[in-house]
Design a binder for this molecule. Sequence first.
Ligand code: KIV
Length: 295
Amino acid sequence: MTVTLPHLRELKLSGTPIVMVTAYDLPTARIVDSAGVDLVLVGDSAANTVLGHDPISTVRATVDELLILTRAVSRGCEHAMVIGDLPFMSYQVSDEDAVRNAGRFVKDAGADVVKLEGSGTSIARAAAIVAAGIPVMGHIGLTPQTATKLGGHKAQGREWHHAKRLYDDAVALEAAGCFGIVLECVPEAVAAAISKRLTIPTIGIGSGAGTDGQVLVLHDLLDMHGADSFQPKFVKRFAHIGDAMREGVKAYADEVRGGTFPGPEHVFAIAPEELSAFQTAVEAGSADDNILADW
Ligand code: KIV
């Protein structure tokens, strides 16, 4: 990892936008890392993107599943900071649980830091994890793990008192020691005000251009979902990898069925004398065949 916490602060101070994206496996980790992003989140969005638990909800992702994915991603990142995402119910019950699970993401899976959602008790959990020596990123606004409680996946902080609560929560998470905060689906002006107030970087998703950085789910920005998928308002498709993959696999299937793959350039040769000795041996029956024949 060459991206450090002081470096993130410097990016905020200099007004250089921070780039964060999700990844869930080794090849995509290598690709996003070599593309030069600053932060790679092994999000619990894996529940939707790669694990197939549910098209929208993240609540079913487990610690064990995310540890496997985080391990693969951390092996693929040389430059970016890797964020392990604490899944639902891995930190809600107690500080002890939160610290133990955060420790697994860092010690067993190679994450550099962890992220957790919410305010309320999550503020104390963040402080406990930080006190144990693990940097924590907060996440407020639309918090997908508690979307049911929020009344669905919808923008948060659109009434002044709710916006003020988000503002106060962000300040409290900073005071608890968080090194950064994700602001999800918060009105642009509110996200900008929070970003201006904090000394730590904010990373927005669906929260406009006034945050210190942006995050998108890789499968959303590359349009990589296997089938037609819902496109949230804040997602921009920067490529159409799903279509490219489908076309590639169709071309492969067509060539296998049409007998044009593999071609002569894809095969290994055997020297004529070796081939002829092999054929003679096959015709004579091998020593092993003779042993089997004795049986
Ligand atoms: O799990 C995830 O991918 C996230 C991002 C959307 C911030 O939490």
